[in-house]
Ligand binder design. Structure first.
Ligand code: SAH
Length: 264
């Protein structure tokens, strides 16, 4: 039978695989197939070890994240390692948390590899923000209260790349947008202060930590209490902060359990 699928290996190829938010059941079949056929995997932080275990047992696993012993492996070095592996004829999989193209520098890696004539395939993963809302049965868009979604980093605090939270809040209010903020918990005070300029103090916010994992926790509160809520409940990374009217109903319940049952 002819193989019409895109993700089989030929020489000189890297597959960028989205590992999803953590729950191995949320992997795509294509991701699973790629893990099985890899001879070497370059794995980021935040990828659930249970997902790495799904790889071919003969595959070499290289952890390239801060927690992987490489002490925040510089991006250029990761790219170099991948290139060397491709040129040695390995079947290279680059495994990234969530979706490879939502933050996590997937675009930079594609450019670097393509500059060296390497073919890159990308396999989507479920991004953390999407998994977070779905786990609470809340949509990101809603015909009445949310006409669009912004995925935004909370990490860029200063300089040319700083996010203008005031402008963001004005846009969110005017266009009825849900804001999904990644890497935002450590800068929550700054983010909340900016958002309060354009959004009402009672705007609902959810913070979801470890989305899709058995250790998932969440809190729902009004924007004016966000900073306090994050500190009080010790919400730490990895968490997403989701701001918008889609959480109005859940906020009204105000009795949301802090620890969610494992999916299964
Ligand atoms: N590519 C990833 C995002 C990488 S940036 C994706 O699509 O999900 C890393 C940030 O993602 C974390 O700081 C956190 O904000 C978020 N994140 C990743 N996994 C998460 C999880 N299981 N639960 C909540 N947030 C998560």
């Amino acid at each position: 039978m002819p193989n019409n699928y895109k993700h089989s290996f030929t020489t000189g190829k890297v597959i960028l695989v989205g590992a999803g938010p953590g729950d191995p059941e949320l992997l795509t079949r294509k991701a699973y197939k790629a893990l099985q056929s890899a001879t070497v995997l370059f794995v980021d932080d935040l990828v659930n070890p249970e997902i790495v275990e799904l790889a071919n047992p003969m595959a070499r696993v290289v952890y390239v994240g801060k927690r992987g012993g490489c002490k925040s492996t510089p991006q250029a070095f990761i790219e170099k390692l991948m290139l060397a592996a491709v040129f040695e004829g390995e079947n290279v999989v680059r495994l990234k948390g969530g979706d490879p193209f939502i933050f996590g520098r997937g675009g930079e890696e594609v450019e670097a590899l393509q500059r060296h004539g390497i073919t890159v395939d990308v396999i989507n993963g479920i991004t953390a923000g999407l998994a977070a809302v779905s786990s609470l049965n809340v949509p990101l868009t809603h015909r009445e209260h949310a006409h669009g979604v912004v995925f935004v980093t909370g990490h860029a605090k200063t300089g040319a790349h700083a996010i203008d939270w005031r402008a963001m809040s004005a846009a969110a209010k005017q266009a009825k947008l849900t804001l999904v903020i990644y890497m935002g918990v450590s800068g929550v005070a700054h983010i909340a202060a900016g958002l309060l300029v354009g959004l009402p103090p009672d705007t609902p916010v959810a913070v979801v930590q470890n989305a899709s994992l058995p250790s998932q926790r969440h809190v729902v509160c009004a924007l004016e209490n966000l900073r306090h809520c994050v500190t009080q409940n010790a919400m730490t990374s990895p968490s997403v902060i989701i701001v918008g009217e889609v959480f109005r109903g859940l906020m009204a319940l105000n009795a949301t359990p802090m620890v969610r049952e494992a999916i299964g």
